[in-house]
Design a protein around this ligand. Sequence first.
Ligand code: 6GU
Length: 237
Amino acid sequence: MRLDVLSIFPEYLAPLDLSLIGKARRDGLLDLRVHDLREFTHDRHRTVDDTPYGGGAGMVMKPQPWSEALDAVAAQADSRPVLIVPGPGGERFTQAIARELAQRPHLVFACGRYEGIDERVYDYAARDYDVRVLSLGDYVLNGGEVAVLAMVEAIARLLPGVIGNAESLVEESHEDGLLEYPVYTKPADWNGRQVPDVLLSGDHGRIATWRHQQRLERTAARRPDMYEAYRAEHPEA
Ligand code: 6GU
C-alpha cells in the first residue's frame, strides 16, 4: 500500500517509524512518504496561511500550496488515490471505514492546521482523488497529524503481513459489535487478587460462554449504544 502524508509538521509523523508500522515499512508492505507542505510555497516566508474572508478568528490554509502538493502526489499515482482530510467536522472514522480504506492501494492524508483549509481545495482535489473528510470523534485537536497517526495504525494493521497473528484481528472490539472480554496472565493470585476460576478450569466450552457473557456485560455498561445495536441484530441473546 502507498501512503502519502502532507503536513507543515512532518516531524509529528516520526512515530510511524516505530513498532509494527515501522517494521511493515522496512519489510516493503507499506510505502509511506511524509511531505512538508511548505516545500510547495514560493515566497521567502514559506507562507501557508492567511486571514479568513468574512472575518472571524484564526487563519485559513491557503489553496495554492495544497493544489501544488496534491498535483505532485497525484502525478506519482498508479491508481486513483483516496484523499483523507482529518477534521472534527468530518464523518466519523470507524473500524468499517478502516476496513474499506485498507482495500485501496493508495491513500493520501492532508493535515490541516489553524481553522482549516480553503474550501475550494476540496473541489479541486475531487478531479484526481476520492475525497473523504474523517473525524476521530467529538472533540477538537489542533491539527490532523495526531488523527493521521491513529488512522494509519488502524488501517495498516488490517493489511496482510502487518500483524503476525492474524487471529488477534478477529475477536476484537468493534469487529463484531461487542467490546473485548477481560484478559489475565500469571500469577493466578496477585497480591490477593484472583484470576476468575473458570479461566483455570481447562473447560473450553465454559470459558467461551463466560467470555461472551463478559463481552455483553461490558458493552452494556460502557457502550449502551453498541449494546442496543447488538441486541437488535441478535434478538435471541
Ligand atoms: Cl480527524 N482532526 C482534528 N483536527 N480534530 C479532531 C479530529 C480530527 N477528530 C476529532 N477531533
